[in-house]
Design a protein around this ligand. Structure first.
Ligand code: MG
Ligand code: MG
Length: 264
C-alpha cells in the first residue's frame, strides 16, 4: 500500500527532513582527521534529541536479532552502507557516508551525505561528484505520471556512463510515518517500468555507487556492507515529495556544501 501525503503531512515531512539536514551540518563542522565516528554519533544523537526528535536508526531491527546500536550509519571508504560508528579515528584522505534518520511529530526524515576527510584523491572525488549528480538526475525524473523505473534508469545510466557500479541489493523507498514504506526505489531500472509516480508520494532516493564492481558483502557484525573488491563507495540521499507534479526536495545539502567549500 502506498500512502499519499496531504499538504499538511508534506510540511511535517519537510520539518523532519530539515532536522536531518541540520544534523548533517552540525557533523560537517566536526568532520576532520582524528575524529571518530562514535564521537560523530554522539554529536548527532544529542542534536536530534535536543530538537525534540528521535533518532530512528537507534534500535532499528535487522533479521538477525541485532538492533542497530547507533543514531547514524557511518560508512568509511569501502563500506557502502550501514557502517556502525566505532572508535577508529578518521584519516586524511578517507571518505565517510553519514546516513541519518529522525522521527519528528510522527513523520520520518532520511538523508545521507558522503563527506571528504581532509585531502581526498581526485578519482574518489569524481565518484562523489557523479553519485551526487546522479541523485539529482533521479530527482528531476520524479515527476507525476512517470514511473519508478524512470528514476532508476536516470541514476544508473548516469553512473555507469562514468564507469561506476550501481549497487542492486539496497534501494531507496517510500517514506512517511514509517521510515520504509512502499514503493521500493531502485537505483537501476528501465524507462516506463514500475509503479506510476503520483502527487503526494514521498520518496527517499539514494544512489549507492561504487568505484569498481558493485558486488557487496555483509561483515560479521551483521550490519556493515562493504564492496567485495575493497574499492570505495559513495552514498547520497534526499527525501522528496512529489508536489504539484514535480519533486520538492525536503532535505537539503546547501549548508553542508557551504561548509565544505568547492571540493569538486
Ligand atoms: Mg538513509
Ligand atoms: Mg533511506
Amino acid at each position: 500500500m502506498i500512502f499519499l501525503k496531504t499538504e499538511d503531512e508534506i510540511e511535517l515531512m519537510r520539518a523532519a527532513n530539515q532536522l536531518v539536514s541540520k544534523t548533517h551540518v552540525e557533523l560537517a563542522r566536526h568532520i576532520k582527521p582524528g575524529i571518530t565516528t562514535s564521537q560523530l554519533d554522539k554529536i548527532a544523537e544529542e542534536f536530534i534529541r535536543d530538537h525534540g526528535a528521535l533518532p530512528t536508526f537507534k534500535g532499528f531491527p535487522n533479521p538477525y536479532g541485532s538492533p542497530f546500536p547507533a543514531s547514524i550509519c557511518a560508512s568509511v571508504n569501502d563500506e557502502v552502507v550501514h557502517g556502525i560508528p566505532n572508535d577508529r579515528p578518521l584519516c586524511d584522505g578517507d571518505i565517510v557516508s553519514i546516513d541519518c534518520g529522525v522521527l519528528l511529530h510522527g513523520f520520518n526524515g532520511d538523508s545521507c551525505y558522503t563527506f571528504c576527510v581532509g585531502n581526498v584523491d581526485e578519482n574518489v572525488k569524481h565518484l562523489l561528484k557523479t553519485t551526487k549528480e546522479s541523485l539529482y538526475k533521479g530527482i528531476e525524473t520524479a515527476l507525476a505520471g512517470k514511473r519508478i523505473g524512470d528514476i532508476g534508469y536516470a541514476v544508473q545510466s548516469y553512473c555507469e556512463h562514468e564507469g561506476f557500479g550501481v549497487v542492486r541489493e539496497f534501494v531507496g523507498h517510500g517514506i512517511g510515518k514509517e521510515m520504509h514504506e512502499e514503493p521500493s526505489v531502485p537505483n537501476y531500472g528501465r524507462r516506463g517500468n514500475g509503479v506510476q509516480i503520483k502527487n503526494g508520494m514521498c520518496l527517499a532516493i539514494e544512489p549507492m555507487i561504487t568505484m569498481g564492481s558493485p558486488k557487496i558483502g555483509m561483515m560479521p557484525d551483521r550490519w556493515t556492507i562493504k564492496t567485495l573488491d575493497g574499492k570505495p563507495a559513495a552514498h547520497f540521499e534526499h527525501t522528496i515529495a512529489v508536489h504539484h507534479g514535480k519533486a520538492d526536495i525536503l532535505s537539503s545539502f546547501e549548508e553542508i556544501e557551504q561548509i565544505e567549500g568547492n571540493l569538486y
